[in-house]
Design a protein around this ligand. Sequence first.
Ligand SMILES: NC(=O)c1ccc[n+]([C@@H]2O[C@H](COP(=O)([O-])OP(=O)(O)OC[C@H]3O[C@@H](n4cnc5c(N)ncnc54)[C@H](OP(=O)(O)O)[C@@H]3O)[C@@H](O)[C@H]2O)c1
Length: 332
Amino acid sequence: MERRTIGAGALAVGAVGLGCMPMSWGYSTSRQHGEKSLRAVHRALDLGSTLLDTADMYGPFTNELLLGRVLKERRRDAFVSTKVGLLVGDQHIVANGRPGYVRRACDASLRRLGTDVIDLYQLHRADPEVPVEETWGAMAELVRAGKVRALGLCAVGARSARRPGARLHDATVRQLERVQQVFPVSAVEAELSVWSPEALETLLPWCEQRGVGFLAAMPLGNGFLTGTLTPGVGFEADDLRARHPRFTAEMMAANQPIVVGLRRVARRHGAHVTPAQVALAWVLSRGRQVIPVPGAKRERWVVENAAAADLRLTDRDLAEIGGLPAAQGSWD
Ligand SMILES: NC(=O)c1ccc[n+]([C@@H]2O[C@H](COP(=O)([O-])OP(=O)(O)OC[C@H]3O[C@@H](n4cnc5c(N)ncnc54)[C@H](OP(=O)(O)O)[C@@H]3O)[C@@H](O)[C@H]2O)c1
């Protein structure tokens, strides 16, 4: 698989990574299955999808433990990205960016992952009670101590924090400028997909100009862009899509033209090519430093998604995708 680099340290990873969240968090827990997920992770590494994206809060903790079982045998094959800064409480998820907490959380992640170094340590969300420079400074100390190789900042929470009238990532860019004064940012993780392209406005250009890697979260639109979900499909109460405004039966029906468009492009490339692969190839085509991390717990999807690294979209394909209707259903 093609390799892409993260940050000035030129850490190389496979162009398509693996988002490990669905194995332990976010999607229906009844469909989670540890052993099958283990096979999926092994397959990803076999195929060159080396970037494994996890977080201490996925589970919580079980996702890192699951990866630890793979890393025990294959640490050298993997590039591990995990995150700090969010705690799962009884009722709410809370941010904690205090330096002492960051240090303890890192040691705990290292133990669960069974490794002595984390390749990319990401700040999951900034803590509104702690200046972000303080949190980032503590993370920088972890690099100096050899526990972490590079630092990243997640911007997935930007949607709920957006001020009226502001572009989605204006605040993220300001935050990046602040932390960059303390220690270099190697990667940014934010939502980027055919139906959520806002990162292209300011955030991706910011990364491009500074050689910062860009991890595209939710590149498959939480599964919608794959065309395997039918409008009206019920989601279990613990599935994030049960409360997602784009996953009501009405919005899923309204957004079908996007899937139809992706399917049309896929067909031109052969009967075996899927809308999921076109969606990933589009994300890959947004820039040389973009690394999609499609979430998957099934080996079948991992194989399909890895193959998207070889799909080259033509100018006609890109124009057609660019002309698809904007997604309906918003958090705002
Ligand atoms: N930093 C952050 O705050 C943040 C936030 C959200 C996500 N992320 C990262 O981004 C990753 C990706 O996001 P995501 O998992 O929420 O959304 P996603 O990648 O857009 O979609 C994942 C969903 O698509 C399904 N899927 C995957 N490949 C498929 C294929 N080829 N055909 C049909 N269905 C397919 C998966 O099914 P199965 O589950 O059945 O395999 C899963 O339900 C996460 O895993 C996580 O690592 C980070």
